[in-house]
Design a protein around this ligand. Structure first.
Ligand code: SAH
Length: 261
């Protein structure tokens, strides 16, 4: 995948390309990433990339001409690429959007600064507007890094373990189960026995149950939208039965305890 990030601060990306999975993706030829300096496309002597807003008011706006030149140059280099504007007004970024973008041949990111970019750039060049959350940052560079990072690990072949992305939180609508590594006993806290049993079916069952319970406790909204599998329904029924038993034991011991008074 070809990725070009248009920014007035290209040096912010120097370290981004050289660490961890992003670096490995580049080394293995899955990713070709570059930060493009918008300022290099400004034609005036002072290389100006922003100007005052029409209609007055405070703040500056990114001028359309240098951005348009940079975009045309990158589109010529990668004609298949989708152009994405980083903006708090965009579609909220999600694992699903990351998976969609991972199937593209190329991505061009526009990083805004100040009040954002001239609206005619949006009209003329932008295929999708993406927000990384309901808060306002000072620039689109961190959002572009967030999106590239999430997308790169979904490009087939980038992650070592074949299914390490398939089990991730959100990939199938559930949060991922807890993880443990050595030592077996850490300051009195032990790894669940089943994970040491070597029984793959029991481990898979434990992981599914652990994912369900986590999602129920931390993000019940994800379960509301879910179409449960038969195995998941069996787990939910088991919990429901266990809770029912617990309530029965309680009310047998203390008849008033559950009356709500
Ligand atoms: N005045 C704009 C915000 C500008 S913030 C507004 O109210 O909508 C400056 C730049 O930071 C934006 O152009 C955008 O590129 C980036 N940015 C800020 N918050 C962002 C977010 N939540 N998601 C994606 N990009 C964001």
């Amino acid at each position: 995948m070809d990725v070009a990030v248009l920014t007035i601060f290209p040096e912010m990306f120097d370290r981004f390309w050289t660490h961890g999975i992003v670096r490995r993706a580049i080394e293995q030829g899955h990713l070709n990433g570059s930060a493009v300096d918008i300022r290099a496309f400004a034609e005036d002597r002072h290389k100006v990339t922003d100007d005052r807003p029409y209609g007055g008011g405070c703040g500056m706006v990114m001028k359309p001409e240098p951005l348009a030149k940079a975009l045309r140059a990158e589109r010529e280099r990668m004609p298949e690429a989708a152009t994405l504007l980083m903006t708090p007004q965009g579609r909220p970024f999600s694992q699903q959007t990351a998976a969609e973008l991972a199937g593209r041949q190329g991505l061009i990111f526009i990083c805004g600064r100040y009040e954002g970019v001239d609206e005619r750039i949006v009209q003329q060049f932008v295929d999708a507007e993406i927000s990384i959350g309901d808060y306002v940052l000072t620039g689109g560079e961190l959002p572009a890094m967030v999106v590239v990072d999430a997308v790169v690990r979904l490009i087939p072949g980038v992650l070592g373990g074949l299914d390490s992305a398939a089990n991730d939180s959100f990939a199938d609508g559930l949060l991922e189960h807890a993880h443990y590594t050595r030592p077996r006993d850490f300051e009195g806290r032990e790894v669940p026995d089943v994970l040491l049993s070597g029984n793959h079916a029991a481990i898979a069952q434990w992981r599914l149950e652990a994912a369900l319970v986590r999602t129920f406790l931390k993000r019940p909204d994800l379960l509301e939208k879910r179409e449960f599998t038969a195995q998941e329904i069996a787990i939910l029924k088991k919990w429901s039965q266990e809770l029912e038993n617990l309530i029965q034991v309680q009310s047998a011991c203390r008849p008033d305890s559950l009356s709500g008074h």
